[in-house]
Write a protein that binds this ligand. Structure first.
Ligand code: DGL
Length: 259
């Protein structure tokens, strides 16, 4: 099975790494739309158009399923994608409000995501559906995506900015933090340092892997049916992305693509 994955940038690589680790038999084509990152500061209309372009590129390479490895693009565009490409299966990312509220003992959870995700309808729907009396404290992580893109995830600069967002959530007595952007798991070391061990951090990737697995099983796609491979593309600077992917996927070249 050939699975296409896109994100505005490097965050989706976190999802790709989880997919590949759990299901190494499949073929993966990953597109980082780094020419247009960050999506979170754009309008929903722009993100829909960019998502169409990303999808066209992945479909032209023969992908049979698309993972929108971006909470922001899921929030702004997944309904439109499903309408336009009605014969293709899309898997999106939504902030994990449900498990967070179920796990919370203090009755307070935090959600850290981009501006567009926090202000979008989808998250409001999830909160209405799943909060069940739990207080959901949302926070826009302005500037965090840029730090990850610039390779500054594990720096004091990142920690200072994270403190600004996370300390007020600690005052609210949260015991769960939902990472509502696929870039944020790359900041997990510094996030954990600020939050300590009383707050559980919810990574967005495992739920997506489970969903993809479930859909493939439902389609009758047999696992262990081939040797997988991976292709990595960026609309931005391929050398910059290559530096980032060196550790995650050491033998895979990144190619530039203009779309
Ligand atoms: N990785 C993204 C997300 O999950 C994109 C953030 C952005 O480009 O602003 O929301």
């Amino acid at each position: 099975m050939k699975i296409g994955i896109f994100d505005s940038g490097l965050g989706g690589l976190w999802v790709l790494a989880h997919l590949e680790r759990e299901m190494p038999e499949h073929e993966y084509v990953f597109l980082a739309d780094q020419a247009h990152v960050p999506y979170g500061e754009r309008t929903a209309e722009e993100i829909v158009n960019l998502s169409f372009k990303n999808t066209d590129f992945l479909l032209a390479l023969g992908c049979q399923m698309i993972v929108v490895a971006c909470n922001t693009a899921t929030s702004a565009a997944i309904n439109k994608l499903r309408e336009k490409y009605s014969d293709i299966q899309f898997v999106g990312m939504e902030p994990a409000i449900k498990p967070a509220t179920e796990n919370s003992k203090t009755g307070h959870i935090g959600v850290l995501a981009t501006k567009l995700t926090i202000e979008g309808e989808k998250i409001k729907e999830s909160i209405n559906k799943f909060a069940n009396g739990t207080e959901v404290h949302t926070c826009i992580g302005q500037g965090l995506v840029e730090l990850v893109e610039d390779g500054k995830s594990d720096t004091d600069e990142a920690e200072e900015l994270l403190k600004k967002y996370l300390e007020p959530l600690l005052v609210e007595n949260i015991d769960q933090l939902v990472l509502g952007c696929t870039h944020y798991p790359f900041l997990i070391k510094r996030i954990q340092k600020i939050l300590g061990d009383k707050v559980n951090i919810i990574d967005p990737a495992p739920a997506v892997v489970n969903r993809v697995k479930f859909l493939l099983e439902e389609k009758g796609v047999v696992l262990n049916d081939g040797v997988g491979n991976m292709k990595l593309f960026t609309t931005g600077d391929e050398n910059k992305m290559q530096k980032f992917t060196q550790e995650l996927f050491p033998n895979i070249n990144v190619a530039h693509i203009a779309i």
